[in-house]
Design a protein around this ligand. Structure first.
Ligand SMILES: Nc1ncnc2c1ncn2[C@@H]1O[C@H](COP(=O)(O)OP(=O)(O)OP(=O)(O)O)[C@@H](O)[C@H]1O
Ligand SMILES: [Mg+2]
Length: 328
């Protein structure tokens, strides 16, 4: 692997080298992770539950001690100049962690104060951030009374109070409905367009797809894929659908060239087909076989399928480490 991108290239916003983390319970959460995030990038860190995403983010934001490896934020070494590196970062953690009995405005102003922003300036920034987060009307209400989506947006607004050059978000839209999620995407795009480098973790490929230029996929503590979003999506050439059928499926399913048909249950057909393939052709062939499609759904999580495929290639790794739940 190339240790150093082209000489003269801009200093990465984040550079991680051979990062390892073994927790006290001997779980190896990171097994030598290296990645670069370019300044100005919008970068996704994807991975299934327990892959090591939060551990990686925790180390970068100084909440978790690394076991080994190097981390630099805009060229600032995290071990040697921790405070300087931390001043460059804004973190939106996976769990809500503000005081529910404080008001949004106070949460923001106090947070900025903690990082040395003068109060007058903090008040100006708080107004700006609360407006951007569409929380201005809620500025002086008890945070406990905010909806789930508002609470998530408050976390982003708070992280922006220090004007970080690198904003890191750990599953910012988890449990948020699609409309609010889209609103948050818009906000994040604006923040990125204004020059802030963004790294986020997510389970939603759709989210990574609509936001991010580059990504890394992490699985069981290792990077299994890294590169531009577009190049990765090209690998996802297969699409899956679930078709709800009128009545019952016949015993013998028809053969449609280029597709895989499996009966998910008596009246649901699981179809996999190349992305470019015409769905009408599939419907027509099914119709000829007496199968009438009532409705269709995109199959669960394409990201999961991608993992299965990517991690399947590294199958020999899977025996190297017992699954976490087997570790005492
Ligand atoms: N404080 C801890 N002590 C011990 N083990 C931990 C600790 N935190 C995480 N782990 C373990 O490290 C591994 C990676 O966890 P991590 O939280 O980094 O994953 P993740 O990719 O963020 O998962 P999720 O998508 O569920 O948030 C898991 O096996 C987890 O059980
Ligand atoms: Mg996590």
């Amino acid at each position: 692997m190339a240790e150093n991108p082209a000489a003269g290239a801009a200093t990465p916003a984040l550079s991680v080298r051979r990062l390892r983390k073994t927790y006290d319970n001997r779980v190896e959460a990171l097994k030598g992770v290296s990645l670069d995030v370019a300044p100005g990038d919008f970068f996704a860190l994807l991975g299934p539950n327990g892959a090591g995403k939060s551990t990686l983010i925790g180390i970068v934001s100084s909440l978790v001690n690394k076991t080994d490896g190097d981390v630099e934020v805009f060229g600032v070494d995290l071990s040697r100049r921790r405070d300087a590196a931390m001043r460059l970062i804004g973190l939106v953690p996976q769990e809500l962690n503000f005081n529910m009995f404080e008001k949004p405005r106070d949460i923001l102003v106090n947070y900025a104060g903690f990082y040395g922003v003068p109060r007058a300036e903090a008040l100006v920034r708080a107004e700006e951030e609360l407006k951007r987060a569409q929380l201005w009307e809620k500025a002086d209400m008890m945070s406990r009374t905010l909806s789930g989506g508002m609470k998530r947006r408050l976390m982003i607004a708070r992280a922006m109070m220090t004007r970080p050059r690198l904003l890191i978000l750990d599953e910012p839209t988890a449990g948020v409905d699609i409309e609010i999620r889209r609103g948050m995407w818009k906000t994040l795009k604006e923040i990125n367009a204004a020059g802030t480098t963004i790294i986020l973790t997510t389970h939603y490929l759709e989210e990574a797809e609509s936001l991010c230029r580059n990504l890394a996929i992490i699985d069981r503590g290792r990077i299994v894929e890294q590169g531009p979003m577009k190049a990765l999506l090209a690998k996802l050439d297969v699409e899956g659908f679930l078709l709800d059928i009128d009545g019952h499926l016949p015993q013998a399913l028809p053969t449609i060239e280029g597709t895989t048909l499996v009966a998910a249950d008596d009246h649901t057909l699981d179809v996999e087909m190349p992305r470019a393939m015409d769905l009408n052709r599939v419907f027509a062939a099914l119709g000829e076989a007496g199968i009438r499609v009532r409705s269709m759904r995109t199959k669960s999580n394409r990201l999961e399928e991608l993992f299965v495929r990517l991690t399947g290639e590294n199958a020999e790794d899977s025996t190297a480490q017992p699954p976490p739940e087997q570790v005492a």
